[in-house]
Design a protein around this ligand. Structure first.
Ligand code: TNX
Length: 526
């Protein structure tokens, strides 16, 4: 990847310089200048590693077909079908998917020898005869297809301008998290989010499936978890849970979009819903009441009881069985009701269970103050004013070889209010306007942690104050697009002045998709 970055760097101006066509007109409007319309290759979001407009364009219209190479296999065909479906939605064109590369149109070409493109990179070349997408993997073709969607008109048909994009991600892990425990949401809503995210090249969906207020996934060996522990939520609503069928369907839906689902079972704290479902999970043998408030840190599994570890093993076993991806998130945050020694002992055993089920542990950064197992991934959710000791432990873990996922709460937390006027949301990490959520570099954010330890970024959406889709989207959009760019684009492309104009250019696309986004005053929406 580094080699590619260097190669691409010499090939062309990186994103920051790409917006050279953006004249900064002075026709002022509140909150910013109105940007002149950006040319298509200048407004891509996330900014690609390199993009150059040149030569004649391709007329995307009634005659356009999508060509998947004969013999390139079923998966490429599926990528072609999905791209066709997406482009039909905006253009109304028929866009048949056909075999064979000969002829005009949109061509999907698998080139396994294109090492420089890596696991998700692609090249997109537009000439008068069509658009050719080349990648080493089907995932790369899918990512390139999402770029193409930004080069065609938001609605209808028109020219794709001539040019070349050569692109690959800076970080392997580009995630978003949803908390379906504080408020329950059906799988359909999560699928909608997957579509919204995948178009900006996010490749991981972390689902926070359990917490004090609800257990949202069916577990065959412990059925009351979902049946009883899932039947409630913050504020006293009915809650709900996903069946295994629904969960598998979500995993497959996401996989078709090259989005990996990472399930989280939060332990040993945040477990009241489980402790309400089964008396035997409590040290005093008494089932807890279900909880509909928003406090944290009051619950704990019974660390000294062997029954607890049977529970952990059976639950994680069933979750591992539902998970094709390699990561399993075991929480580990805010276990204030678990003494520190017990916490470390519990996490040792929970991590061993994950390994036994063939998965790699992800945990919130409190694990760094316990004993992270070799290879365990640490998810940092601290903030600028957070305790130095916590940061030091995370930095030490990074230096010892633990990969980091960065979700700094005062930048990446989508449940923080934008400003004083935001209705939903919390403020414990401060207000997070769009500029603040974008303006940091994951490569050097945590002083002392080497960039090589950074696996990527993730934007969590906690739902204590969010119970419907409109608020979910309002909090996520547009900030999650900035996180997508921080995860994908080269460091040299990260620039607020350029970004805000490219973000503004996404407005009509978000409108067309009926996404309820925050019209942030720091962005010059047209
Ligand atoms: C902290 S982030 C939590 C969550 C809350 C969130 C609200 C983390 C690992 N723990 O339990 O929902 O703050 O912003």
């Amino acid at each position: 990847m580094r080699v590619l970055r260097r190669t691409l760097g010499t090939l062309l101006v990186l994103g920051a310089a790409v917006s050279c066509t953006a004249a900064h007109g002075d026709d002022a409007k509140p909150g910013g200048r109105r940007p002149a319309a950006l040319a298509p290759y200048d407004r891509l979001l996330p900014a690609p590693a390199s993009a150059r407009a040149e030569g004649a364009g391709y007329a995307f219209g009634a005659g356009t077909v999508i060509r998947t190479g004969a013999g390139s296999g079923e998966e490429v065909r599926q990528v072609g079908e999905l791209l066709a479906e997406q482009l039909r939605g905006s253009s109304g064109l028929p866009l048949p998917v056909v075999d064979g590369q000969e002829g005009d149109g949109i061509r999907l070409l698998l080139d396994e020898g294109a090492q420089e493109l890596g696991a998700e990179g692609y090249r997109l070349r537009t000439t008068a005869s069509g658009v050719t997408l080349t990648a080493r993997t089907p995932a790369g073709l899918f990512r390139g297809g999402q770029t193409l969607r930004q080069l065609v008109p938001v609605r209808g048909t028109g020219d794709v301008p001539g040019g070349t994009v050569t692109d690959a991600p800076r970080f392997a892990y580009r995630g978003a998290m949803v908390d379906v425990a504080r408020h329950f949401f059906p799988v359909e809503q999560v699928k909608r989010y997957v579509d919204q995210l995948a178009q900006y090249k996010i490749n991981t969906l972390h689902v926070h499936l359990t917490d004090d207020q609800g257990w949202r996934i069916a577990i065959d060996s412990w059925p009351r978890l979902a049946e009883y522990g899932g039947a409630g939520e913050v504020g006293g609503g009915p809650g709900g849970h996903w069946t295994k069928e629904e969960y598998r369907d979500l995993v497959e839906y996401a996989a078709r979009r090259y989005v990996d689902v990472v399930p989280e079972i939060d332990m040993p704290g945040h477990t009241n819903a489980a402790q309400a479902s089964y008396a035997e999970l409590n040290c005093d043998g008494k089932a807890r009441e279900r909880y509909t408030g928003v406090k944290v840190g009051f619950s704990s599994l019974c660390v000294g009881s062997e029954r607890t570890y049977e529970f952990v093993d059976q639950v994680l076993g069933e979750i591992a069985e539902l998970t094709p991806g390699k990561y399993l998130h075991i929480g580990g945050d805010e276990a204030h009701a678990t003494p520190a020694d017990d916490y470390a002992d519990f996490m040792d055993r929970a991590q061993a269970v994950v390994a036994r089920h063939g998965k790699t542990v992800v945990a919130w950064h409190q694990l760094a103050q316990g004993r992270p197992a070799p290879g365990a991934v640490i998810q940092y959710w601290g903030h600028d004013r957070g305790p130095a000791a916590e940061k030091a432990a995370v930095v030490a873990a990074a230096k010892a070889g633990h990969p980091l996922i960065l979700s700094p709460a005062d930048r990446a937390y989508l449940d923080m209010k934008y400003d004083t006027t935001t209705k939903p949301g919390l403020t414990w990490a401060g207000y997070v306007p769009v500029e603040r959520s974008y303006s940091w570099d994951p490569g050097n954010h945590l002083a002392g942690a080497p960039e090589s330890a950074v696996l990527g970024v993730e934007a969590p959406l906690w739902t204590e104050t969010i119970s419907e889709r409109g608020d979910w989207e309002l909090m996520a959009f547009p900030r999650v697009l900035g996180l997508a760019e921080l995860g994908w684009s080269p460091a040299g492309a990260l620039d607020w002045t350029s970004y805000r104009e490219r973000l503004a250019a996404q407005g009509p696309r978000l409108d067309a998709q009926e996404i309820n986004y925050h019209r942030a005053p720091d962005v010059p929406w047209s």
